[in-house]
Design a protein around this ligand. Structure first.
Ligand code: SD4
Length: 333
């Protein structure tokens, strides 16, 4: 048990960033090539850490670099995920995201601050930076969730610009999809790249964010776990934080991120807590074979963990000017 296998770790200079792949298995794993994941290190008070879901290193490094400058976790994560929200190539976040089956790009996001505040926007159209908008809901309104047209109108009052989110590429892909209209979210494909990001700043305060367009070709009006407190994201600054990605319906039914944080409160490591939350889903029956769910988590001492149902999930980690790609361990071996 707890066998550690170091695969590769390459330090880059200049930008002060290193990229590497660290690997560790937390259970008996038959195949060396499948061994994965998770680093656990203690963090000192003056240290900081940012982690994010999937291959979102530009976003996570942007957050990490702000933390390195002493910026608060909340500012770092909102600026971090904004990098991907503005990236047209990412088809599950912000501009260029995959639309619903009627061709509307609708975005969901939420944020939690170290003092336990929460803000979210659901099914918003025409606004790229919905994580920043969720923060505005948290800080500038008496509410915690705003949806659809109301959220969009609120955005304009806060100075957000109206922007078309359906790009020529995402429109072309949607028109292609319409030929079959086959709704079958594929593991690690249509679920890929929603960003959940968690950060602890040099004061030891934790904040988190989740931003997504949800599942590609979803039904009009569908909202997943990502903007919902306790499911897509949960922070308790006394304990730690967790964020989810993948099939939101399943995360919602197990209130996954809250579960991970509560398990950490009861003494589990972030790694074990992510594993247990995945087990709650897979033990319901065989349907897990057709969808992906993954969690990442951190606790107050700077330990991190990640776990997925299926192979192919990564966590980005930036700590003390060192950026790593963590290949996540997974259930379905
Ligand atoms: C959702 N959980 O809307 C999101 C999708 C996702 O990576 O995370 N994709 O269900």
């Amino acid at each position: 048990m707890n066998r550690r296998k170091f695969i590769q770790n390459t330090a880059l200079t200049g930008a002060g960033i290193a990229t590497g792949v660290a690997a560790m298995s937390c259970k008996e794993v038959p195949e060396e090539k499948d061994i994965a994941v998770s680093t656990t290190k203690s963090i000192s008070k003056s240290s900081y850490i940012s982690i994010s879901t999937w291959d979102t290193s530009s976003a996570n490094n942007a957050s990490g670099e702000l933390l390195a400058q002493g910026k608060p976790a909340l500012d770092a994560i909102i600026a971090g995920v904004a990098v991907e929200e503005a990236n047209e190539e990412n088809t599950t976040v912000g501009i260029g995201a995959t639309p619903d089956r009627e061709g509307n790009v609708t975005l969901d996001a939420c944020v939690m601050s170290p003092d336990g505040d929460y803000g979210a926007v659901l099914a918003v159209e025409n606004i790229v930076h919905v994580a920043a908008l969720a923060r505005k809901v948290m800080e500038e309104t008496p509410h915690v969730i705003m949806a659809s047209k109301g959220a969009e109108e609120f955005a304009y009052t806060q100075g957000f610009k109206k922007q078309k989110l359906l790009t020529p590429a995402s429109e072309k892909a949607w028109k292609e999809w319409l030929k079959t209209s086959n709704y079958q979210p594929a593991i690690n494909v249509e679920n890929h790249d929603t960003i959940g990001m968690l950060a602890m700043d040099s004061s030891g305060d934790i904040a988190g964010v989740c931003t997504t367009s949800g599942l590609g070709y979803k039904m009009k009006g569908r909202v997943g776990d990502s903007p919902i407190i306790g499911s897509g994201l949960f922070i308790d600054n006394e304990v730690g934080a967790a964020v989810a990605t993948g099939m939101g319906e399943e995360v919602l039914k197990t209130v996954g991120s809250f579960l991970v944080v509560e398990l950490m409160r009861n003494g589990m490591s972030p790694q074990k807590a992510c594993e247990e939350a995945i087990h709650r889903i897979v033990k319901k029956g065989d349907r897990y074979k057709d969808f992906q769910v993954a969690y990442i988590a951190m606790n107050k001492t700077g330990e991190t963990g990640s776990y997925a149902i299926h192979k192919g999930f990564n966590m980005m980690k930036y700590q003390n000017e060192n950026a790593e790609v963590i290949i996540s361990d997974y259930y379905n071996k």
